[in-house]
Design a protein around this ligand. Structure first.
Ligand code: CA
Length: 456
């Protein structure tokens, strides 16, 4: 969202200039990463020795491997694990449909977007859950109005088409990210112990309801991008107290239902490797019961693929936790489809080697999956693959966004989130990063998911 863009741009200036080329199967690191690693070492204190070795290894490997690594996004990835998670966050689908948006298949027939993604090889869907994304008059805050009922409706559809479901509890009434982690309105005045108990009860009841409704939940993340806090708490000890309550709830439901459900903790700012590793280290030291770390990684904001791989690898090896990308994406055009400017909007956002085209979008996903698989990561989740325009860019779409919650925020969110939603509410900043064109027709890039397994 807008926060991410601002943070990313201020931090990554210069880093994205390094050319990235990854390829099929066991692609090794590239010489281009040396510069990035040097910058990372500047932040890191504990990693420098290891990194020097890695950089040296990369230098010696680079010349022989770079050329043969090049391959098409339509090629299968060698050694891709059978259960590699190819996920897409589809949280806005319901409000899109309510807004009149129609999605089609490759034959031009209207078709459930979940079927289209399943047919394209997507095997996991992710949905965010906000406690109460409505004002006192019942008007939705927007961004999908993603309450529990919405997650159930969407989760059942994903399950129907054979996808597993990844539930993303923000523990907020609206967006939670590095710039804001507001507690839900109902919990705002609680002391830590009371809030912790409320979070436990909420997690338990929500998860049980999802399972009772037949949603095939395979993973739950407790909090969203929580590097700097969660649920109104900024002290790490307090955050860990809340995480333990969320974890306990998931474990108890998992046992009660006899269903394996992995618990994920989600961080962003992967460029700050030392910070991320320090956070994971403290979680482990605290004996928080969790299974996996999910990282956000947007190649146009978050540095090189090599740094991303290195962070995943270190978390897996050093802390024995499963790793995956909880969020990633790429633009297929620089055009805006709905009159609300996009997060990925200009040539300066384009990553070298990956133009903002349908092929560039698909190549990005292909190469990121190859990289994640190479270091033992379990998969990726593409963020919002179907958040397309509700009307043409030339129209005033505000009434639709306001009524159905299909913009990133509505004016009704202003009281809850005055600094962001209150100032900038509007439409989709992500319509050029979907797998459908502005009219709901699927693009060839959606098939990258099945091509990565079996080739074209
Ligand atoms: Ca837009």
């Amino acid at each position: 969202m807008m926060n991410k863009r601002n943070i990313g741009k201020s931090l990554l200036c210069g880093l994205v200039a390094f050319t990235m080329m990854t390829g099929c199967g066991n692609a090794a690191s590239q010489d281009q990463n040396a510069g990035t690693e040097t910058q990372t070492e500047g932040i890191s204190t504990e990693e420098s020795g290891t990194e020097e070795k890695t950089a040296a290894e990369n230098d010696s490997n680079a010349e022989t491997e770079t050329e043969e690594q090049k391959c098409s996004w339509t090629d299968a990835i060698d050694g891709l694990s059978d259960d590699f998670m190819m996920g897409v966050d589809l949280s806005t689908v319901l409000v899109e449909e309510n807004s009149g948006v129609k999605f089609y298949n490759f034959d031009g027939e209207e078709q459930d977007v979940f079927k289209t993604f399943a047919d394209a090889g997507v095997n996991y869907a992710r949905f965010r859950v906000w406690n109460d994304p409505y004002d006192e008059n019942g008007n939705g805050y927007g961004g999908g109005n993603n309450d529990l009922a919405t997650a159930i409706t969407l989760g059942k559809r994903a399950t129907e088409y054979g996808m597993r479901v990844f539930i993303d509890f923000h523990y907020s009434d609206f967006w939670a990210d590095p710039n804001r982690q507001y507690a839900p309105k109902a919990w705002a005045d609680m002391d830590l112990d009371t809030k912790s108990d409320a979070l436990y009860q909420y997690t338990k009841e929500s998860l049980k309801t999802l399972l009772d409704e037949g949603v095939d939940v395979g993973m739950v993340q407790i909090g969203n991008e929580i590097n700097y806090g969660m649920c109104g708490e900024t002290k790490l000890d307090n955050v860990i107290t809340l995480l333990k309550s969320g974890s306990k709830a998931v474990r108890e439901v998992s046992e009660e239902y006899g269903k394996d459900i992995d618990i994920a903790v989600h961080y962003t700012r992967i460029v700050d490797k030392a910070n991320v590793l320090d956070l994971v280290s403290k979680l482990v030291d605290s004996e928080l019961d969790f299974d996996m770390i999910g990282m956000s990684y947007y190649s146009f904001w978050d540095g090189s693929m090599d740094n991303m791989k290195r962070v995943l690898e270190l978390i897996r090896e050093r802390y024995n936790k499963k790793v995956f990308l909880a969020e990633t994406s790429y633009a297929y055009t620089l055009e805006d489809g709905d009159g609300n400017s996009n997060s990925f909007a200009s040539e300066s956002d384009v990553v070298d080697g990956y133009p903002a085209t349908v092929e560039g979008q698909a190549s990005t996903i292909h190469d990121i999956c190859a990289a994640v698989n190479e270091v033992g990561g379990l998969g990726i989740f593409y963020w919002e693959g179907a958040w397309i325009p509700v009307g043409p860019a030339t129209a005033d779409n505000s009434p639709i966004w306001e009524e159905y919650g299909s913009g990133w925020a509505s004016s009704y969110a202003s009281d809850y989130d005055p600094d962001q939603a209150g100032k900038y509410y509007g439409g989709s900043a992500w319509d050029n990063q979907a797998f459908f064109d502005f009219n709901g027709n699927p693009m060839e890039s959606i098939n990258v998911f099945k091509y990565m397994r079996e080739g074209k």
